[in-house]
Design a protein around this ligand. Structure first.
Ligand code: PAD
Ligand code: ZN
Length: 383
């Protein structure tokens, strides 16, 4: 029986307050209004940013909320006036949608649309309501999409059509983690062949940065993590050496500067800790080093820096979603994965769990037992 135009009852992981477990509830997803798209989510990765939100790391969040922002699925139905996708299309949900009209969308170096919800955390669609409810009470969305649910409803600009041949339980990572690490290396830092890179934090984002450094042709890629169980996968993906700061008898940046005869060409912080950001910056060469911040710290944390860090010529960059213009770049990134085979996303997916085990998935990440856990909502036609 067709669901078009009707509310859909489905399972979603609802967060009722900070630091609580997610609760699998039966919710209602209203039909899409004009220029909106309802999507059957097939798979969603768990990103540290979800845990950051859950554990009160963001300035504000409205409750109850459905988290998740790294999902892929199939369009179930479209509201009036939708032109970019149609029912049956395979799509990636966009946590950084682009209106393509604002100053940022039109700027060649920006992907930070004025209409995204990053940092604002209003949890609403463009019309300032949401399509999620439980027993008649509104549930907020997250980062313009919400993917910890069997069905979501997004504004048309918050999804992009991709090649239906792509494995949704791998390309969902293009929605956030992979693109963030990989893009910061290629688009933001623009790593040159033959250079030395140091990547702090070997989780989903850091491993993707390592993959980017490899594709860019870096000759030396140093991985840094306090969890040595990450090292074998990191080496498989391109690290030439890995260091645990806890094994060192001096600060990690002094170790890196010594190993690289003055500092790495490029540094990447993929953790979200301001003290590590300071170490990463100082690990890069004082004159020509490029230090790149990816990790998201608590909104109350402050990075204290010595102005000499930049006066000597080093640059410090930050990037959101790897500086990709998601709606324009993601279909090509999917092709790079499945056709050109520039990188292997399956190497990032160390764990797959049924959706109901979402809290177990968060625990795997918190205890460093995975690179990425992908939740499977539905096999979506796959055997
Ligand atoms: P993750 O938990 O999978 O990985 C973090 C890694 O850091 C783990 O391997 C830890 O062992 C390691 N680590 C922790 N503390 C230290 C330390 N002191 N020294 C060395 N290693 C350490 O997280 P993730 O890869 O999903 O996310 C990483 C960060 O990136 C996180 O802050 C997240 O919010 C941020 C992020 N930023 C963007 C963006 O657009 N800028 C997008 C997505 C995620
Ligand atoms: Zn993310």
């Amino acid at each position: 029986m067709s669901t078009v135009g009707k509310p859909i009852k489905c399972k979603a992981a609802v967060l009722y307050g900070f630091n609580q477990p997610l609760k699998i509830e039966e919710i209602e997803v209203a039909p899409p209004k004009a220029r909106e798209v309802r999507i059957k989510i097939c798979a969603s990765g768990i990103c540290h940013t979800d845990d950051h939100a859950l554990s009160a790391g963001m300035a504000s969040l409205n409750f109850p909320v459905i988290l998740g922002h790294e999902g892929a699925g199939i369009v179930e139905s479209c509201g009036q006036g939708v032109t970019k996708v149609k029912p049956g299309d395979h799509v990636i949900a966009l946590c950084s949608p682009m209106c393509m009209k604002c100053k940022c969308c039109l700027h060649e170096d920006s992907n930070f649309c004025v209409d995204n919800d990053v940092g604002k955390n209003k949890g609403l669609m463009l019309d300032k309501t949401t399509r999620f409810s439980i027993n008649g009470k509104q549930i907020y969305n997250f980062m313009s999409c919400s993917t910890f649910t069997e069905y979501t409803c997004v504004d048309e600009f918050a999804c992009v059509k991709i090649d239906p041949k792509a494995n949704l339980d791998e390309v969902c990572l293009i929605g956030c983690g992979f693109s963030t690490g990989y893009g910061t290396v290629l688009n933001t830092a623009k790593v040159k062949p033959g250079t030395t890179c140091v990547v702090f934090g070997l989780g989903g984002i850091g491993m993707s940065a390592v993959m980017g450094c490899k594709v860019a042709g870096a000759s030396r890629i140093i991985g840094v993590d306090i969890n040595p169980t990450k090292f074998s996968r990191a080496k498989e993906l391109g690290c030439t050496e890995c260091i645990n700061p806890n094994d060192c008898d001096k600060p990690i940046h002094e170790v890196i500067v010594e190993m690289t005869e003055g500092g790495a060409d490029y540094g990447f912080e993929c953790i979200g800790k301001v003290d590590v950001m300071a170490s990463m910056i100082q690990s890069t060469h004082h004159s020509f080093g490029s230090a790149n911040i990816i990790g998201v710290p608590k909104s109350t944390d402050r990075l204290v820096m010595d102005v000499m860090w930049v006066l000597t010529g080093r640059t410090i960059n930050g990037a959101f979603l790897g500086d990709f213009k998601a709606s324009l770049d993601f279909p090509g990134l999917v092709q790079d994965a499945i056709q050109a085979k520039k990188f292997d996303l399956s190497k990032l997916v160390t764990n797959k769990l049924p959706f109901e085990k979402i809290n177990e998935g968060f625990d795997l990440m918190r205890h460093g037992k995975c690179v990425r856990t992908v939740l499977i909502m539905d096999k979506c036609g796959k055997k």
